[in-house]
Design a protein around this ligand. Structure first.
Ligand code: HEM
Length: 331
C-alpha cells in the first residue's frame, strides 16, 4: 500500500524522466553509440534478436521474481555490475569463483558483501536451456542491473549488448575500486580514469539511494568523530556499530526505492559513508548534489545516461573473451 502510494506520487516525475529517456534513446539510435569502446566491438541493442530473441525477457522475469521475494537484492545487482565494470571492464570477471591456483575478485574484502549471484545463475540456466552458448554472463549482469533500477522505481533505459566474458579475475585488481574513505578529489580522479566527468560520478553515486553499508565501512567516521557528519547522525552510526562490524545501516530512509532522497541526506549532513558526504563537502561537486536533491527527473536522466556509459566500459570481443557456460567458471 505504502509503495503503491509512493509510486503514485512519483508518476509525474517518472513520466518526465522516462520521456527524457525516450529522447535519449532516439538520439543514441540516430547517432550510433559513441561512448566507451563498445562501438568498436559492435555492441548493439538488438544483439540477440536472431540468436536468442527472448533473452531480455528471460533476464527481466528472473530479476522480477527474485526481487519480489527479496527486494533488497536490487541494490546487490546494481553494485555487482559497478564492481564488474570497474575491474577489467564489464566482462563478468566479478562472477568467477576462486580456484586452487587463483584468488578471484569476489573474494576481495571490497566484494565480500556483494549479493545476488544466484539471480544471475538462475537467469543463465534458463538462457542456456533456451539458447545454449549464446548469451554472455556480462550481458546478463548488465541487463539485470538495468532491470533492478526500474523495478525499484528508477528510470527505464535500454543498453547495448554483445559483451563477452573475460578469463581473468584476480583479487589484487580490486585495489582499483573506490574506497569509502575517499574525498571528492580522489573520487573525481578515479572515475576520471574510466572516462567519467565529476557530474557523472555524482549521478552514479546516486545508486546509494538503494541498499545498506555495514559498520566496517563507516566505523572510522565514528571513532574519529568525523566533523563532516551531523553530530546526531554520528550517534546513530555509533549505535549501529555497537551491534558489531557487520551491522547494517541504510543509505537513506527508503532503502528499496530508487529516488533522490540520497542527495537530500547529504544536504542534512547524514551521508552514510565519508565518500558520500564528501560530495556535498566539496565545492567541486556540491552544486551537482543540490541539483539532484531538488530535481529527481534530472537525476534519473543523468543516472541512466551514466549507467549506459558504465555498462559499455572496455567490453571484450570474441578474440579476448568467451560466452561462459557457467558464470562462475571459465569454459
Ligand atoms: C563513488 C564511489 C563509491 C564508493 C566509495 C562506494 C562504496 C560503497 C560501500 C563501502 C558500500 C557498502 C559496502 C558494505 O559495507 O557492505 C557500498 C554499497 C553500495 N554501493 Fe557503492 N560505492 C561507490 C559508488 C557506487 C556506484 C557507482 C554504484 C552503482 C552504480 C554503487 C552501488 C552501491 C549499492 C547499490 C550499494 C548497496 C549494496 C547492498 O545493499 O548490498 N556504488 N558502496
Amino acid at each position: 500500500m505504502e509503495r503503491a502510494m509512493k509510486t503514485h506520487l512519483k508518476i509525474p516525475k517518472m513520466v518526465a524522466a522516462n520521456f527524457l529517456s525516450m529522447l535519449l534513446l532516439m538520439d543514441m539510435i540516430v547517432s550510433g553509440f559513441r561512448f566507451g569502446s563498445g562501438v568498436d566491438i559492435g555492441l548493439t541493442m538488438d544483439y540477440y534478436l536472431m540468436s536468442c530473441p527472448f533473452a531480455e525477457q528471460i533476464v527481466k522475469n528472473n530479476v522480477n521474481r527474485a526481487l519480489q521475494a527479496d527486494p533488497t537484492l536490487a541494490a546487490g545487482l546494481i553494485r555487482m555490475h559497478f564492481h564488474d565494470c570497474f575491474i577489467e571492464g564489464c566482462d563478468a570477471s566479478v562472477l568467477l569463483d576462486s580456484t586452487k591456483d587463483n584468488t578471484a575478485e569476489k573474494d576481495s574484502p571490497a566484494n565480500l558483501s556483494l549479493r545476488g549471484y544466484e539471480v544471475i545463475d538462475t537467469a543463465k540456466d534458463e538462457l542456456e536451456a533456451q539458447c545454449p552458448g549464446v548469451v554472455s554472463c556480462a550481458d546478463i549482469l548488465a541487463m539485470a542491473a538495468r532491470d533492478a533500477v526500474f523495478w525499484s522505481g528508477g528510470p527505464v533505459y535500454d543498453i547495448p549488448k554483445g559483451r563477452k566474458d573475460g578469463r581473468r579475475s584476480k583479487i589484487q585488481d580490486t585495489i582499483n575500486l573506490p574506497s569509502p574513505a575517499f574525498n571528492a578529489s580522489e573520487l573525481i580522479r578515479m572515475f576520471g580514469q574510466h572516462g567519467f566527468t565529476a557530474q557523472e560520478m555524482v549521478a552514479l553515486s546516486g545508486a546509494h539511494t538503494l541498499g545498506v553499508a555495514r559498520c566496517s565501512s563507516f566505523k572510522p567516521r565514528v571513532t574519529a568523530a568525523d566533523t563532516t557528519a551531523d553530530s546526531d547522525f554520528l550517534k546513530t552510526l555509533s549505535r549501529t556499530c555497537s551491534r558489531g562490524d557487520n551491522a547494517e545501516q541504510a543509505f537513506d530512509e527508503t532503502r528499496n526505492s530508487f529516488d533522490n532522497l540520497y542527495y537530500n541526506t547529504l544536504l542534512r549532513r547524514a551521508g552514510l559513508l565519508f565518500s558520500d558526504q564528501a560530495l556535498f563537502v566539496s565545492p567541486r561537486t556540491r552544486n551537482i548534489v543540490n541539483g539532484y536533491a531538488q530535481n529527481q527527473a534530472m537525476f534519473f536522466f543523468d543516472f541512466q545516461q551514466a549507467m549506459v556509459k558504465m555498462s559499455a566500459l572496455d567490453p571484450k570481443d570474441a578474440s579476448k573473451g568467451e560466452v561462459r557456460e557457467d558464470c562462475r567458471r571459465i569454459n
